[in-house]
Design a protein around this ligand. Structure first.
Ligand code: HEC
Ligand code: HEC
Ligand code: HEC
Ligand code: HEC
Ligand code: HEC
Ligand code: HEC
Ligand code: HEC
Ligand code: HEC
Ligand code: HEC
Length: 387
């Protein structure tokens, strides 16, 4: 009885200690990852990289696709995650030793989709935006060509986005939209970005957004596209460098098309307009300098071709009556200028003259009525004499 009690009280803590040590030791020996790590807590990057830095045999997925499992120590170290101490196992939570648990993804796309929740844990904002975007919707519908986070950001090599140039972002899109990229790269915007590294011109994401890319075929997108262009094109600090007019929005809004589109926006948002917006005349992924001989809009035939898309009966002199982006100007549009000026002078003169006439008429009539009959007759006879 006494012995039993002694055992319970004195040996129980010791027994527990021995058990804990044994369990820890068994982990130490069973898991090669933990063994190389030494801390025993969670496997270090070095432990994983001891195999993955060299792993030259790719893994074959059930559909036959090959997944390279080699991870460069150097690139990972320089990546934004490597530098911010996001370790291998923070993302690969289910992997602690070798052999790894079975991964049942049949394709590379499926394999990547399996990690979407992992990214969302630390980047919630981008994840929820992406989910509502056109790409996210396609992904949810099961479109296997739609991009996951990993198609645009390699988790093992991604740098800080500030260290990435706009031109590189465009190449990210080009992986899947190469036709548009090719077309864009020959434009006034694209060639400046790709050939000269000019950061003032729009890349794909300046016009489309990044994680919240919308369907560009909707009425909202079309109606608001004017401001997408105007954001830059009304900015004197950008346009001054290129000698490009910043009047293009105001003159557009003053024009028949623009007036209609902007009124439309206010009264019937969400209705598709058939009036011209900037890109109907200038193009989208094929915008050129207005002086380009083959397509530039300052060349009359090219302008006419642009009008004919919607005004099929337009003839050579059709655009003559149209001010383009010009305010009425004496040199460029003398007729319009003088007509404008004429009305500017004529209308105030006519209205002002009428007002003076009416007021003086009222004044004389009132005076007539309240003047004494005697004085009246005298003044009247005087007036008659004068005439
Ligand atoms: C002993 C060598 C070895 C070590 C250590 C090792 N791996 Fe692997 N890993 C492999 C091999 C081999 C494959 C190929 C597929 C397979 O056989 O499971 C692989 C596949 C993978 C894959 C792709 C397949 C999957 O299951 O998702 C990931 C991710 C991975 N390892 C992550 C890790 C991480 C994280 C660590 C560190 C905790 C690690 N590995 C440690 C050898 C190793
Ligand atoms: C920020 C999260 C994150 C970190 C940190 C990370 N991985 Fe990955 N890893 C992923 C994702 C997501 C995938 C699957 C998608 C892909 O292939 O890009 C992946 C895929 C892999 C694969 C399969 C082959 C491949 O490239 O698709 C291996 C092997 C792997 N990781 C090993 C590692 C090792 C080793 C480390 C640490 C040095 C590490 N990972 C760190 C997120 C991460
Ligand atoms: C279609 C390509 C694409 C997809 C898909 C994508 N990104 Fe991005 N992401 C980019 C580009 C390009 C930038 C740089 C944007 C910039 O700075 O203008 C960026 C920037 C970021 C940034 C930096 C902060 C910011 O918002 O600018 C984070 C974090 C990020 N992405 C995480 C994610 C996550 C998480 C996912 C998946 C839910 C994801 N991205 C999906 C292209 C993409
Ligand atoms: C454990 C948290 C964690 C996870 C999981 C994670 N990241 Fe990150 N990520 C970070 C940290 C920390 C940074 C650096 C600081 C920052 O931007 O918040 C970073 C930075 C980034 C950046 C650059 C942001 C910038 O401002 O330049 C991108 C892009 C990115 N992560 C994408 C991803 C993708 C894609 C995944 C999924 C594979 C992922 N991350 C998973 C923590 C995480
Ligand atoms: C991994 C492939 C992939 C990448 C990378 C990618 N996209 Fe997409 N994107 C798609 C697919 C697939 C569609 C569906 C329509 C299609 O087939 O063209 C789509 C649709 C779109 C649409 C809507 C098209 C429509 O007709 O409704 C826009 C806009 C778009 N992407 C812009 C971008 C931009 C900008 C980038 C770069 C930041 C980008 N995409 C990167 C695959 C990708
Ligand atoms: C100057 C602004 C601008 C730039 C730069 C731009 N886009 Fe667009 N994009 C648009 C507009 C406006 C539309 C809508 C066209 C329509 O109504 O048909 C569009 C449509 C699209 C579409 C869907 C329709 C189609 O033609 O298939 C995709 C995909 C797309 N853009 C991808 C890209 C990619 C990739 C880049 C970069 C190489 C890019 N865009 C650069 C303005 C731009
Ligand atoms: C109905 C067709 C049409 C619409 C709509 C239109 N433009 Fe123009 N745009 C032209 C023509 C034509 C020219 C060439 C004028 C000239 O130099 O003779 C031009 C010239 C320009 C120029 C060059 C100006 C310069 O200083 O060289 C810019 C920039 C421009 N437009 C931007 C825009 C923007 C932004 C919008 C929308 C807010 C827009 N355009 C709407 C037809 C149009
Ligand atoms: C991010 C800013 C930005 C956005 C957005 C933008 N542009 Fe531009 N655009 C520029 C800059 C900068 C130039 C001058 C490039 C150069 O000459 O190297 C330019 C040049 C032009 C030119 C050539 C003018 C000339 O010299 O003949 C036209 C036309 C034009 N843009 C139309 C548009 C239209 C239409 C849109 C909208 C669909 C648009 N731009 C959106 C910055 C922008
Ligand atoms: C995207 C289609 C589109 C393009 C491109 C376009 N317009 Fe129009 N325009 C319209 C519509 C729609 C109306 C309204 C017609 C109506 O109500 O009868 C209109 C009306 C007009 C009007 C006033 C009404 C009239 O018929 O006299 C003029 C002037 C005009 N456009 C000139 C031009 C010129 C010049 C160009 C080429 C530089 C051009 N438009 C390009 C769609 C377009």
């Amino acid at each position: 009885m006494k012995e039993n009690k002694f055992l319970n009280v004195r040996f129980l803590p010791l027994l527990l200690l021995v058990m804990v040590v044994l369990i820890a030791a068994s982990f130490w020996f069973v898991s090669p990852v933990a063994a190389q790590d030494g801390t025993g807590d969670e496997p270090s990057n070095a432990a994983c990289l001891s195999c993955h830095a060299e792993a030259s045999t790719p893994m074959e997925l059930p559909n036959g696709e090959l997944l390279s499992i080699q991870i460069s120590v150097d690139n990972f170290g320089k990546s934004v995650h490597g530098r911010n101490e996001v370790s291998c196992v923070t993302c690969h939570v289910d992997i602690s030793g070798f052999p790894h648990p079975e991964n049942d993804a049949a394709t590379i796309h499926e394999y990547k989709v399996g990690y979407l929740d992992t990214c969302a844990e630390c980047h919630e904002e981008q994840a929820s935006q992406t989910q509502d975007s056109i790409h996210g919707m396609l992904l949810a519908e099961g479109n296997t060509n739609a991009p996951t986070c990993m198609d645009c950001h390699n988790p093992h090599t991604q740098p800080f986005v500030d260290e990435v140039s706009k031109a590189t972002f465009a190449q990210v899109c080009a992986q899947c939209h190469n036709g548009i990229y090719e077309e864009y790269s020959n434009t006034v915007h694209g060639s400046a970005l790709i050939n000269e590294g000019n950061q003032d011109v729009p890349g794909c994401v300046d016009c489309h957004g990044v994680h919240s890319i919308a369907d560009p075929t909707t009425a909202e997108f079309r109606n608001s596209s004017i401001y997408m262009c105007a954001n830059c094109h009304t900015d004197e600090s950008i346009m001054g460098k290129y000698g490009i007019s910043t009047d293009v929005l105001d003159t557009y809004v003053a024009d028949f098309h623009g007036t209609t589109v902007t009124i439309f926006e206010e009264t019937e948002p969400g209705q598709l307009t058939n009036k011209a917006v900037c890109y109907d005349c200038h193009g989208i992924h094929d915008i050129l300098s207005v002086n380009d001989p083959n397509k530039g809009l300052a060349v009359k035939e090219n302008m006419l071709a642009a009008c004919q898309k919607c005004h099929p009966d337009a003839t050579t002199n059709f655009p003559d009556s149209w001010l383009s982006h010009y305010r009425p100007d004496r040199e460029k549009f003398p007729l319009v200028y003088y007509v404008d000026l004429f009305y500017k002078i004529l209308i105030p003169t006519v209205l002002g003259g009428m007002a003076i006439f009416v007021l003086s008429d009222v004044y004389f009539r009132l005076r007539k009525r309240f003047q004494k009959p005697a004085a009246e007759s005298v003044s009247e006879s005087k007036d008659v004499e004068k005439e």
